[in-house]
Design a protein around this ligand. Structure first.
Ligand SMILES: Cc1cc2nc3c(=O)[nH]c(=O)nc-3n(C[C@H](O)[C@H](O)[C@H](O)COP(=O)(O)O)c2cc1C
Length: 188
């Protein structure tokens, strides 16, 4: 089918290596706006997006995340956080964190996931690359990491639902994986 939206959906891939160049401001604004137009349960729009721009700030996030991941009880990623390991931000120049309001959102996980889904797709449609990065969810409620999030302007009222790196892809775009057969059931 010759349709730009469908084409973008069918061709999008997770991109994990980036050129050092920044994402132009106008392009980032459009990507974030695409996120903001995701549907929300009951139309609450009870999400929040914090976009962290630039390697210096992202390195700071990496350090805080490492520190918090080492704390007992928040140790899902502990095995990865020793030495010089970087929490897999793939050196992208933009990192977005999506949250949903703890009480105002009727379906916080679904709302935030759709916001992030729009962001990933919009980045691809605008010839950038993006990848969901899962590690923040595990430490989103750890007090030290939470106060760092608050210092960035991420509201205390919001749960971390997901995050993603965005940048200019360093390699040619890979083809989409084949889809598993037998998982779509159409009943007439
Ligand atoms: C909920 C979720 C969490 C993910 N977490 C990570 C992650 O932490 N690091 C990463 O490199 N990719 C992560 N991914 C990307 C998946 O690995 C990727 O979507 C999958 O391998 C399919 O590849 P594709 O996106 O290129 O089609 C995540 C994807 C989803 C939906």
């Amino acid at each position: 089918m010759d349709n730009e939206v469908i084409k973008a959906i069918l061709e999008r891939r997770s991109i994990r290596s980036f050129k050092p160049e920044p994402v132009p401001d106008g392009v980032l604004d459009t990507i974030l706006q695409a996120g903001s137009f995701a549907p929300t349960a009951n139309g609450t729009q009870a999400w929040h997006i914090t976009a962290i721009v630039g390697q210096e700030k992202i390195a700071e996030l990496d350090a805080k995340l490492k520190e918090s991941s080492k704390i007992e009880g928040f140790d899902r990623y502990r095995k990865f956080v020793s030495g010089a390991y970087t929490i897999n931000f793939k050196n992208g120049p933009v990192f977005v964190i999506v949250g949903s309001h703890r009480t105002e959102s009727v379906c916080p996980v679904e709302d935030g996931t759709l916001v992030l889904g729009n962001i990933l797709l919009a980045a691809h449609a605008l010839e950038l690359g993006a990848c969901w990065i899962n590690q923040l969810v595990a430490v989103g409620e750890e007090p030290g990491f939470r106060s760092y999030l608050t210092s960035l302007g991420f509201p205390a009222t919001h749960l971390v639902i997901g995050s993603a790196v965005i940048g200019i892809p360093a390699s040619p775009h890979p083809k989409a994986h084949k889809r598993k057969p037998g998982q779509i059931n159409v009943v007439n």
